[in-house]
Write a protein that binds this ligand. Structure first.
Ligand code: DX5
Ligand code: ZN
Length: 220
């Protein structure tokens, strides 16, 4: 099976002690930190913006994976020029996706395109050669803690096929509902990175315990 990286999302972390939560995920073996920026328009929820991301940059040395769930994401990318490693924008709100991806690259960042469950693979076909990452949403974005729509794993496999056939080097990231019980199926479908929110940050167990359980599931 391919080597899969784990990217905890802070969405279900305890925001009153967020720095400690993030440190615990890093110490517990996270590979990447996934940061969900929501604007109350593309999705109903509002989370946080670049001010919080910059504050976390000071307490964490993991690569930052910014998931922009905003309308007009091209107006946001510059705000993450300092803190981000990867900036991901949704195809559904990017009529000029190549221009936006170029803008991200010009900032020296990895560029990712995200695709919602209701959007067919063909929508990102023209971008596959221009991205460092394709983020496949396996939930409808907006909240953490939702159940994975497993049928979306067929879409992951299809994108993997198209990337391989085109000789493209983009990684595939799966976002939404990743748990111990489905992590191996995500890897088998062709994912390189798994976002894990509530399966890492929850009141039942520590990020280190949860990350270890996810890794064990991927080895099984
Ligand atoms: C939802 C976000 C996800 C989410 C993942 O819109 O993009 O990153 O927080 O959380 P879980 O793993 O709980 O689905
Ligand atoms: Zn996300």
């Amino acid at each position: 099976m391919r080597a899969v990286k784990l990217a905890p999302s802070i969405l279900t972390a305890d925001f009153g002690r967020l720095a400690d939560e993030v440190r615990a995920a890093e110490a517990g073996g996270a590979d990447i930190l996934h940061l969900d920026v929501m604007d109350g328009r593309f999705v109903p929820n509002i989370t946080f913006g670049h001010v919080l991301v910059e504050a976390l940059r000071k307490v964490c040395s993991l690569p930052f994976d910014i998931h922009l769930m905003t309308v007009e994401p091209e107006r946001q990318v510059e705000y993450y020029a300092e803190a981000a490693d990867t900036i991901n924008v949704h195809i559904e709100v990017s009529p000029h996706i190549n221009r936006t991806l170029d803008a991200i690259r010009k900032l020296g960042k990895r560029a990712g395109v995200c695709i919602n469950p209701g959007t067919p693979v063909g929508a990102i076909e023209e971008s596959l050669g221009d991205v460092d990452q394709v983020m496949v949403m396996t939930i409808n974005p907006g909240w953490g803690g939702q159940q994975m729509i497993e049928r979306q794993l067929d879409k992951v496999a299809e994108i993997r096929r198209r990337l391989d056939a085109g000789g493209y080097r983009a990684e595939i990231e799966i976002d939404g509902g990743v748990k111990v019980g489905n992590a191996a199926r995500c890897a088998a479908a062709g994912a390189d990175v798994l976002v894990c929110g509530s399966s890492v940050f929850n009141p039942q167990s520590t990020p280190a315990e949860n990350l270890a359980a996810l890794r064990a599931a991927l080895r099984a």
